[in-house]
Design a protein. Structure first.
Length: 228
């Protein structure tokens, strides 16, 4: 993200943010709804630029994957989603950094002013104090278990489950973060994050899925969603 203040991670937050990380089955009830394909390797019909009606020129399809060059722009789904199960594959280059945001509304200049972010990162060399920015983390709010991430330039499988205020982040089949939006613990974590002065952060009941495109190059493929 754009704003990078100094942050000291308290051990209690690390423990709370990684609750249930060893589980291999989602807490959220599985949906019987059919999957909606958001990207099948052939077109951008389900996407447009954030706060735009058209696709940014920085995005292309290369070998069946969505690829964003630099400098780039954020992408938003044309549809909006409240409760959902989102699956996607992603990879970044060495030193890469991107993210997937959800329940984003377009009444602010930037998507992170409303949507929590599932962080995408090359974790090489990351230290415990920065797990709050690791791959799979709820960026700058809840840290992730770093053992689940694959190295840079290799594919990872991400999954975001949202049902009501309950959210789970999965990485390569492992739950690395879960949290309850608007809970006292969440409010405390947000107050200690860089979002402390963003009054609408994480408070939307429905919104767009947004892929961050204004950082380093990033690839996505096999993106699909189903409503819960």
């Amino acid at each position: 993200m754009r704003r990078i203040p100094f942050l000291v991670l308290v051990p209690a937050l690390l423990a709370a943010g990684c609750g249930g990380q060893s589980e291999s089955e989602p807490t959220v009830e599985p949906s019987m709804a059919e999957w909606e394909v958001l990207f099948d390797g052939h077109g951008f019909e389900q996407w447009r630029g954030y706060r735009s009606d058209s696709m940014p020129d920085s995005w292309a399809i290369i070998e069946g994957a969505m690829y964003n060059a630099v400098p780039g722009q954020d992408l938003a789904t044309r549809g909006q989603y409240a409760d959902f199960d989102l699956e996607f594959e992603w990879k970044v280059e060495t030193g890469g950094n991107s993210g997937v945001m959800f329940r984003v509304t377009e009444d602010h200049e930037y998507p992170f002013e409303t949507g929590p972010e599932y962080q995408l990162l090359d974790n090489a060399g990351i230290e415990e104090a920065d797990f709050i920015h690791a791959a799979g983390a709820n960026y700058d709010v809840h840290p992730a278990d770093t053992s689940a991430a694959n190295p840079a330039n290799t594919w990872n499988t991400g999954r975001i489950l949202v049902q009501g205020n309950h959210v789970e982040h999965w990485l390569n089949g492992t739950k690395v973060v879960d949290y309850e939006l608007l809970s006292p613990e969440w409010e405390e974590a947000v107050a200690g994050s860089k979002w402390f002065d963003d009054p609408d952060y994480g408070r939307r009941a429905e919104g767009h899925i947004v892929l961050q495109g204004d950082h380093r190059p990033v690839w996505f493929r096999n993106v699909r969603i189903r409503r819960l």
